[in-house]
Design a protein around this ligand. Structure first.
Ligand code: E4P
Length: 274
């Protein structure tokens, strides 16, 4: 088995089915924004979405042995713990593949930063696999792992955005940001890839079993670099998965081979079953 896992960052069933049939998928990550995209799409098409049924279908499309991350929506310990238990009980029976996504620190007023980490501790003690989301520093990742998380999700693309915004660089969301940075950093982190690399390094130092899931990947180059950085999992949008298969010279070669296919060679395939 190839050890790096590829997840799709989507709640779209047809994208999941296509990636599954390609044999490259190990799981998927959802979040409230990705769920919103599906609900909005259905509304636009004049359809009424059965969201619970939709989520069950996601779990079944992936099937046993894969992983589906579903996120809580509350921001306080009690409700996150309650919602996490509910998500697991409600959707894990579909295919036994649910991981609950808990934000590392959902505090908006900064009064108590411990709600997320306490929810991770509570739920992981109950045997529920936890994917800690919105990880922006190696120290957040370390604490999530200590609290029992199965997965930590550093958001590579959003750190790149943050550094660019802080330094006044204009950019497009899918534009490549160099792994080595642009001469500015976020408290010692020079890029999203650097964040992933540092978490991988710390986990290696202490033989921490928690998996590092590189999230917020916006282009194929980033997907390559998180693999080079040693991430256990990369979660990518379907569009990036498709771009990973593309190269101008591949296209050129395909056209040339097709032009060079003589009738004699075509005849070789005449008995190939339709
Ligand atoms: C990961 O689990 C998140 O859902 C995701 O990668 C966020 O990506 P974005 O920053 O492109 O929204």
């Amino acid at each position: 088995m190839i050890r790096i896992k590829i997840f799709l960052d989507t709640a779209n069933i047809s994208e999941l089915q296509r990636a599954m049939s390609a044999g490259v998928l190990d799981g998927c990550t959802t979040n409230p924004s990705l769920i919103k995209a599906e609900v909005d799409k259905a509304k636009k098409e004049g359809l009424k979405i059965d969201l619970e049924g939709h989520i069950e279908q996601i779990c079944r499309t992936l099937g046993k042995g894969k992983s589906v991350s579903l996120e809580v929506v509350s921001t306080d310990y009690e409700n996150m713990a309650r919602e996490g238990e509910f998500l697991y009980k409600r959707f894990n029976p579909a295919a036994g593949n649910v991981a609950v996504k808990i934000p590392i620190n959902p505090s908006v007023d900064g009064k108590d930063n411990s709600h997320g980490i306490r929810a991770i501790k509570y739920l992981s003690t109950k045997g529920i696999p936890i994917n800690t989301t919105l990880i922006m520093t190696p120290e957040q990742a370390l604490l999530a792992a200590k609290a029992g998380a199965s997965i930590v999700s550093p958001f590579a693309g959003r750190i790149d955005d943050y550094i660019r915004v802080k330094t006044g660089v204009k950019f497009g969301k899918e534009e490549y940001f160099p792994a080595g940075g642009i001469g500015k950093d976020d408290n010692g982190i020079v890029s999203g890839i650097d964040l992933v690399k540092k978490i991988v390094e710390i986990f290696k130092n202490y033989k921490i079993k928690t998996e590092v899931l590189a999230g917020s990947i916006r282009n194929e180059r980033q997907a390559r670099e998180v693999a080079l950085a040693g991430a256990d999992i990369a979660t990518i949008p379907f569009s990036v998965l498709m771009k990973m298969l593309q190269h101008e010279k591949t296209l050129e070669g395909t056209i040339k081979f097709s032009q060079d296919t003589v009738q004699e060679y075509k005849n070789v395939f005449r008995n190939a079953k339709k």
